[in-house]
Write a protein that binds this ligand. Structure first.
Ligand code: FAQ
Length: 321
């Protein structure tokens, strides 16, 4: 790079830093540091993959939902997650990566998606626990991301959060019904809470002290709040909700600290977290196998969509001529 180019780069970077400090949104055609672009691609594509792989644990229960109403509601929720994935892939595409490339990274296991979706859904109560806890945790994170500095991501978050709120309510309502049902149903709800509680806390990522990206992400306002701050907000919100359900959070160290006005909680099993992130969770292999199978079986749909689009384009040309 010539000296003149270096000076120009520095002044662009200064202008960028000023815009971030003033809470201006960065838009696709604006100048941005290469690393800012890459960090957004990484986070947004991982988020998109999470929505797409996240359809599988609940999709598992669509055929076994206990009533027509529950089936319709669950079907709509799972379809919403697909929509979230698509908005997010589109937001990432504005940064110069194609959806095919991102999808390929997910299918071959190179890209990450949220650890939580590598746990199995064993009973109907798990569907309640996912809505309540997993969507609940996702909302806490995503509400803060509505203020993220990259415009297309921030706008996608606003819409996604509205739908996630409905998801959280439907999950909590399933838990409420079961927790107030027969002793067997209440036991199922407690068992689901026991299995989903700790993985939900892990969704927020490693402790701040061990997080690779938080410092730079927060400096660029890609992330607005740190992993530990968001995790604490989630715990403070979920504990009173468990009390209303009459269920017990599976943590003997959980206690309210009136001085800090926060719930203190026990140690998270970080060994388990990293094992799951590295591909050794209960369902990692099955999730990727299912996504690859769906991709292969959907080939004729993609071909048909392209053929249809080409036919329509030819029709338009004929009409215009
Ligand atoms: N799982 O330096 P940090 C949903 C990785 S959406 C797997 O702290 P960062 C909706 C991280 O990627 C749920 N990997 O990373 C729904 C990094 O690896 P890398 C998804 C994780 O990015 C509900 C490394 O560890 N939400 O649930 C996890 O600053 C129900 C170091 O970590 C989002 O994606 C994890 N839990 O903070 C759908 C929100 N945590 O890339 C269906 C947007 C960390 O260097 C049903 N994302 N890692 O190889 C974020 O806010 C952030 O990316 C964090 C992680 C907070 C997830």
């Amino acid at each position: 790079m010539s000296e003149q180019e270096q000076m120009r780069e520095r002044s662009l970077e200064e202008e960028f830093t000023k815009r971030i400090a003033q809470d201006e949104k960065i838009e696709p055609k604006d100048w941005m540091p290469q690393r800012y672009r890459q960090m957004n691609i990484r986070q947004i594509s991982q988020h998109a993959h999470s929505e797409i792989v996240g359809m599988l644990p609940e999709g598992n229960w669509i055929t076994r939902a206990p009533s027509l109403l529950r089936k319709v509601t669950l079907l709509a929720k799972v379809q919403d997650e697909a929509g979230h994935g698509l908005y997010l892939y589109s937001a990432a595409e504005t940064l110069g990566i194609s959806r095919d490339e991102m999808y390929e990274q997910m299918l071959c296991g190179k890209a990450k998606y949220s650890s939580i979706f590598n746990y199995p859904t064993l009973t109907w109560a798990d569907i309640g626990a996912i809505g309540w806890l997993v969507d609940g945790a996702a909302i806490v994170n995503q509400v803060s991301l509505t203020h993220t500095s990259y415009g297309p991501y921030a706008r996608a978050m606003v819409r996604i959060c509205k739908e996630e709120s409905f998801h959280q309510r439907q999950g909590y309502q399933i838990m409420y019904k079961m927790a107030n049902g027969t002793p067997e149903q209440k036991a199922m709800a407690q068992d689901a809470l026991n299995r989903w509680w700790w993985p939900s806390l892990m969704m927020f990522g490693p402790r701040d002290a061990e997080s690779t990206h938080t410092d730079q992400s927060m400096a660029w306002k890609i992330k607005i709040k740190s992993n530990d701050t968001l995790r604490q907000m989630f715990v403070d919100q979920a504990v009173p909700q468990a009390d209303i359900l009459g269920l017990r959070i599976p943590d003997p160290h959980l206690r309210y600290n009136p001085e800090t006005a926060h719930y203190e909680f026990g140690a998270i099993d970080w060994e388990e977290f990293w094992q799951v992130v590295k591909g050794h969770g209960i369902c990692n292999k099955q999730r990727l196998a299912d996504k690859n199978k769906a991709w292969k079986e959907g080939e004729w749909v993609r071909k048909a969509a392209v053929a249809y689009a080409e036919k329509q384009a030819k029709k338009r040309v004929r009409k215009a001529g």
